[in-house]
Design a protein around this ligand. Structure first.
Ligand SMILES: [Zn+2]
Length: 561
């Protein structure tokens, strides 16, 4: 009898082994286009199984069923597309913590404001959803009167929608703002106020009355004296700030130029378990002494990693401050203008040496070829050894020359391009640098030919986080006015996707955990309503209509549309 019971128990165990695997998946996804992003061309899998935040299996549907346990959720994608979660190669996450509380009055396609009427409506709609408290400042961003169909807005237009609270709308250049009457009053700007040196107070026609627009040195003190958000205010914004990323399918974001205070804020958010996606911070070199030896570089702790050090070497090509030969005069009428370096060469080289000695990744903001050359020269000067595998990054790398790309490959650097510039400022670049140089903007095809793994970023909040816009600009290279710049440097759609997934994982030294759908990697996933690879280069405009359906970070849904 005893023997019989034992045999029966053994049989039961065997049977249950057959129906329930030892290692059941939490979720199995199937029934869609699962693009693994492994390799140099598209590879699809029928199914993917996820357990404990990691990828357990990638392969056929039949085999995936082996991982089906009693509690496994089967998620039928119903023809939708799954990719590795997007990895942001360069943006400024910290800006999102403020911008989510500000009203976006940018012109299309960034916002919806191309007239005074639309400006008023957008502000009215915003405060309807988020009523203002007494004396609370309302801030807007993206104001660009050059894109208005009718006329410039004035303080009186703003007063119609916000009469009692101070309102300040930052100009798209960040060099000025439009204020309502209450904000002018608080800032003591009246008809009697004289224009400060290096600043302009716009006036109403035939009058000394301020019209609301303050530029440069008239704007700066107003901006500096505005009440600043408290740490608690900023921490409260973290959910919404991360949603700015997750709603576009990003599961990793960059904070690309962190002040010391920014880093402390990120650490507080991480300690308080507020982070749901990974954030990689690059503190500015000016705080290097306070950080090196104290921070654990390259290691995640509760979704926060300090990736390396950041240097802002030159400025922007559209603002006349990138280190590049200009055909147009400098900001103060200078002939043969070549932009400016913000960091003296000896200081910059010392920073390089320190980062190199401490085995740290260095990200350098280098728009113009002059800045890129200075980075390369510095690396030669310190006898930079590629075998250390530090993957120093030329951020923007917009006007890199062919010879410089060779050198970038030789040094094992990562170029992070910025093709959104082709659309937003391509026409300005043609004017500033000529067609030939503008054509070479963000030369993706050349970089690939040299065996590099380029990435492509938005520099949010400089341009929107929308990854489909980034893919579109990389593939189409069309300016606002409809000119195509450098068609020979166009990316394929697959390359454009690599520049947001696998290549970025490499840039961050995270290719073992992210960037492709492979067993053992993190289950960082995005589901799209359509397959970008179904679109060909001739119908590429359609890519802008792609929608993110769901974003999954380590197996957990962090965004659902
Ligand atoms: Zn940036």
């Amino acid at each position: 009898m005893k023997k019989r019971i034992l045999l029966y128990a053994l049989l039961l165990t065997l049977l249950s082994c057959n129906s329930t695997p030892d290692n059941p998946a939490d979720t199995i996804y199937l029934g869609g286009n699962i693009i693994t992003m492994k390799g140099d061309s598209a590879q699809y899998a029928e199914a993917i199984a996820v357990k404990d935040g990691k990828i357990l299996f990638v392969g056929s549907e039949a085999e995936a069923k082996k991982y089906r346990g009693d509690s496994t959720i089967i998620n039928n994608l119903e023809g939708k597309t799954m990719l590795p979660g997007f990895i942001d190669p360069h943006s400024h996450f910290i800006n999102a913590t403020q911008l989510v509380n500000w009203v976006n009055v940018s012109p299309r396609p960034v916002g919806q404001v191309n007239s005074v009427e639309e400006l008023k409506n957008t502000i009215a709609e915003f405060i309807k959803n988020k009523p203002l408290k007494e004396n609370e400042w309302l801030v807007g961003y993206g104001y660009d009167q050059t894109m208005f169909e009718d006329r410039e807005a004035t303080c009186y237009d703003l007063d119609e929608v916000v009469p009692d609270n101070p309102l300040l709308i930052i100009h798209v250049s960040s060099h000025g703002a439009l204020l309502n009457s209450k904000a002018l009053e608080i800032s003591n700007i009246t008809a009697e106020t004289k224009d400060p040196a290096g600043g302009v107070i716009s006036r109403m026609p035939n009058s000394k009355k301020p019209s609301g627009l303050l530029m440069e040195n008239a704007f700066l003190p107003v901006h500096q004296n505005m009440p600043k958000p408290t740490i608690d205010d900023l921490l409260k914004s973290f959910d919404k700030a991360q949603e700015e990323y997750t709603k576009w399918g990003y599961t990793t974001a960059q904070e690309g130029a962190s002040s010391f205070d920014d880093l402390q804020l990120l650490k507080k958010a991480s300690d308080d378990d507020l982070l749901v996606i990974d954030i990689i911070s690059y503190p500015l070199f000016i705080d290097m002494d306070k950080i090196i030896g104290k921070e654990n570089f390259g290691q995640y702790k509760k979704h926060l990693k300090v990736g390396g050090i950041k240097v802002l070497l030159d400025g922007s090509p559209q603002g006349g401050t990138a280190m590049q030969d200009y055909l147009t005069p400098g900001p103060n009428g200078e002939a043969h203008w070549q932009g400016v370096s913000f960091v003296p060469k000896d200081v910059f080289f010392k920073v390089m040496q320190t980062c190199y000695d401490n085995n740290l990744q260095l990200n350098v903001h280098t728009n113009g070829s002059g800045a890129i050359q200075e980075m390369i020269d510095g690396m030669d000067e310190i006898n930079y050894d590629k075998s250390k595998d530090l993957r120093w990054c030329s951020v923007h790398c917009q006007f890199v020359t062919n010879e410089q790309l060779d050198k970038i490959a030789e040094l094992g650097m990562v170029p992070s391009f910025f093709t959104n510039h082709a659309f937003y400022w391509g026409d300005v670049h043609i004017k500033n640098f000529g067609f030939e140089v503008a054509n070479k903007l963000s030369p993706i095809e050349s970089a690939y030919k040299k065996g590099l793994r380029p990435t492509n970023h938005t520099d949010y909040s400089v341009t929107p986080l929308d990854p489909f816009m980034t893919i579109w600009t990389a593939v189409k290279r069309e300016t606002r006015s409809g000119q195509i710049i450098g068609p020979e440097e166009r990316a394929t759609i697959y390359q454009a996707l690599q520049m947001l997934t696998s290549n970025v994982a490499y840039q961050y030294h995270e290719e073992d955990t992210k960037g492709t759908l492979e067993v053992g990697k993190l289950a960082d996933l995005v589901i799209l309503d359509k397959n970008p690879l179904d679109i060909d280069e001739s119908t590429i405009d359609d890519i802008k209509n792609t929608k993110v359906v769901e974003t999954i970070k380590e197996g957990m849904t962090v965004y659902e549309n």
